[in-house]
Design a protein around this ligand. Sequence first.
Ligand code: XBP
Ligand code: MG
Length: 253
Amino acid sequence: MPKLQALIFDVDGTLADTERDGHRIAFNRTFAEAGLDWDWSVEMYGDLLQVTGGKERMQFYLDKYRPDWQRPTNLKSVIADLHANKTNHYTQLLAEGTIPLRQGVKRLIEEAREQGVRISIATTTTPANVTALLENALAPGSSSWFEVIAAGDIVPAKKPAPDIYFYAIDQMGLTAQDCIAFEDSYNGLRSSLQAGIKTIITPNDYTHDHDFSGATVVLDHMGEAGQPFTVLAGQVGFTTYLDLELVRHLHNQ
Ligand code: XBP
Ligand code: MG
């Protein structure tokens, strides 16, 4: 296995728990503002998450839960407008600073920067959402730390398709073997593995029962010194939190 050159991070669920109290709330505010009787409960949203991408998720909601709802002829553009408004609500929520990064994320990113390991993003969410999370929860100006921010509609086929990872590694001029990915969900893992990239999983409340077969390791979170992770699948030896040394070791396996 070649030397590790880059870490590629998923965003939603991996860097931060953005879905339940971020995206979901932003969707519901948008629906209410538009006078729609759509209201996504915490539980229903767990089911809707099987479809990645906000526009695609709205379409899935209508197909599965609202066959009765009278579709306008320009449904696609109605969904696109709702989605633009949802992005405004979501970025506003993040600006209020209500959503922190998950344990260990900031430490690992800073360690990578100190040691000259390249970092990029591969996500399904809209680019503005990535910037808002990084600038508000990581550090002002931190979007520029990431060499490539591969996001949203930049590729037509969203996760679980591998396209977003292929795009990121191609833009970095690297191969899949040079990189390791960080994901939290089944769809994310399918995407990174189909691109041939080893993957570390840190699940969350919405994804803890997903099938993570093929992952290099599954940890409940990245951990910190004094706040050890629990290994849910795979082997890590004696370390208790995910630092670059452990990431290199896992990449070499
Ligand atoms: C997250 C997603 C996104 C967000 C909503 O994927 O599936 O759809 O829930 O974002 P990932 P948009 O974990 O790969 O980041 O509404 O901007 O699509
Ligand atoms: Mg995710």
